[in-house]
Design a protein around this ligand. Structure first.
Ligand SMILES: [Zn+2]
Length: 248
């Protein structure tokens, strides 16, 4: 099934590229700590599994608060986050006709690298799945990816071996939650300290010193992207139309 419920796909005309910045080829970017990682086919799997190519998938779009280390929320009052964003939020993309579309709760979530599930923990919108990959740095810290705000497939459990591209979940359905935001995939990745046990890893501890050293997940999306400029997004009308919700 394609997640193409039209009411969930907004039709904001994006500004010309002069009003955006930071879009670019991944090869132009400098990602410290990611040098030992291979490029991924994550976005290809994502498009294929969710039939996003029906309308043509051009690039991921990021509202400022969706980016790694962003200080602000992109939903609700758009105030400060409790701590800088521990990852990247995938919610919006542009089709080949230049229209903004967004993911919904039917969206299937593929795994980025081969690995094994080491944790399934609650988050404020659903559940997060932590996967360890067969990589260690010189200090034998272990490489992990975390997929947040999910509705994991029944039968997904700690110890389950997964392959790159396997579907582990759909996005959490947020329609009945008090928190007003859109279904989106949060991705975190980083090196888990060899001293931490996975059953101690949750959203209180992720990113804290000596737990998981986080990196910018833009590297793994394997596709062009655009980050919208804050000034352009500050237009309230544009915000409402992009995010498809009123601001109250
Ligand atoms: Zn997030």
């Amino acid at each position: 099934m394609s997640p193409k419920t039209t009411e969930n796909h907004d039709v904001v005309k994006l500004p010309r590229s002069g009003n955006m910045d930071k879009g670019g080829e991944l090869s132009n970017l400098n990602f410290s700590g990611t040098s030992s990682l291979s490029k991924t086919r994550f976005t290809e799997y994502f498009i294929q599994q969710n039939i996003l190519d029906d309308h043509g998938f051009e690039e991921w779009i990021f509202y400022p608060g969706m980016l790694f280390n962003a200080p602000d929320k992109w939903w609700g009052d758009q105030g400060k986050r409790d701590k800088p964003h521990e990852g990247l939020d995938l919610c919006l993309y542009k089709d080949r006709r230049g229209r903004m579309r967004r993911l919904d709760e039917k969206t299937k979530i593929p795994v980025i690298y081969d690995g094994v599930v080491v944790g399934i923990v609650n988050d404020f919108l659903g559940k997060s799945v932590i996967i360890e990959h067969d990589l260690a740095d010189s200090d034998t810290n272990r490489f992990c990816t975390i997929y947040g705000h999910l509705n994991p497939h029944k039968g997904l459990h700690v110890g389950r071996v997964v392959k790159e591209g396997d579907i582990i979940a759909t996005l959490a359905d947020l329609r009945n939650l008090k928190v007003k935001t859109l279904s989106h995939l949060h991705i975190s990745l980083g090196w888990a300290s060899k001293f931490i046990s996975y059953n101690k890893l949750d959203w209180e501890t992720i990113g804290a010193p000596n737990t998981l050293t986080l990196m910018d997940p833009l590297y793994v999306i394997g596709r062009h992207y655009r980050a919208l400029e804050k000034e352009w997004c500050q237009n309230a009308q544009i915000q409402c139309r992009i995010l498809g919700m009123d601001r109250s």
